[in-house]
Design a protein around this ligand. Structure first.
Ligand code: CA
Length: 222
């Protein structure tokens, strides 16, 4: 899952980005509305955290710009405690959720998880695919009850496929959603990660669809 954080307060931006990266997301950051507007319009994010009080272009205008451009990713806005009218303007511009400053980063993480799973049509924080269970709260994976140790890239790959299970996901889509902007992307590495992931999981939940990509699906019972 790849996220964008638009926040002009440098310390807060770093704090949010660090927490999200530690939770296993690929994260891009912007420090003003202009940069945020551009990134949100041109890059495929799974969710965005958007401060409303931003230099150059304000947050509500940024959000309106994205929605006008047909961008439907979930957006969580950051608002000041006493500015209820900001929340109204934010929701009317197309926001999906909000957090008031100051906030606990755990609450932000929980709201991001909820947005991501709702966007993918899941009701709970645990995703299940056959014998594989992925707990998005703890970033943990269990196969037939046994915990599996994954690297952050392997986890991201599995989490993306399981959020979208039953649908074929192309290599290009995986590259776009697993790595942040600054990462040296090489789509060949996806195949390497899939290979390692299959070996670690020991069960066939990731199928290759020749020429199209990969699909996460529960193995058929014999
Ligand atoms: Ca601000």
């Amino acid at each position: 899952m790849r996220l964008l954080v638009v926040e002009d307060d440098k310390d807060l931006n770093r704090q949010i980005v660090t927490a999200l990266e530690n939770a296993g997301y690929a994260v891009d950051k912007a420090f003003d509305g202009e940069e945020g507007l551009y990134l949100g319009e041109t890059e495929p994010y799974d969710a965005v955290i958007l401060d409303l009080g931003l230099p150059k272009v304000d947050g509500v205008s940024v959000l309106q710009g994205w929605r006008r451009a047909g961008k439907i990713m979930p957006v969580l806005i950051l608002t000041a405690r006493d500015r209820w009218s900001d929340k109204v303007a934010g929701f009317d511009a197309g926001a999906d959720d909000y957090v008031t400053k100051p906030f606990h980063v755990e609450e932000l993480l929980a709201r991001v998880r909820a947005l991501l799973r709702r966007a993918a049509g899941h009701a709970t924080s645990e995703l299940v695919c056959g014998p594989v269970r992925l707990d998005t709260r703890a970033s943990r994976v269990v196969v037939d009850g046994n915990p599996i140790k994954l690297t952050s890239h392997e986890y991201r790959l599995l989490a993306y496929l399981m959020h979208h299970q039953g649908r074929v996901v192309s290599r290009t889509e995986l590259v776009e959603h697993l790595y942040d902007q600054d990462f040296d992307r090489d789509s060949n590495t996806i195949e390497v990660f899939v290979g390692r992931l299959r070996k670690k999981l020991g069960v066939e939940v990731i199928e290759t669809v020749r020429g199209l990509g990969y699909i996460a699906a529960a193995p058929e019972k014999v």
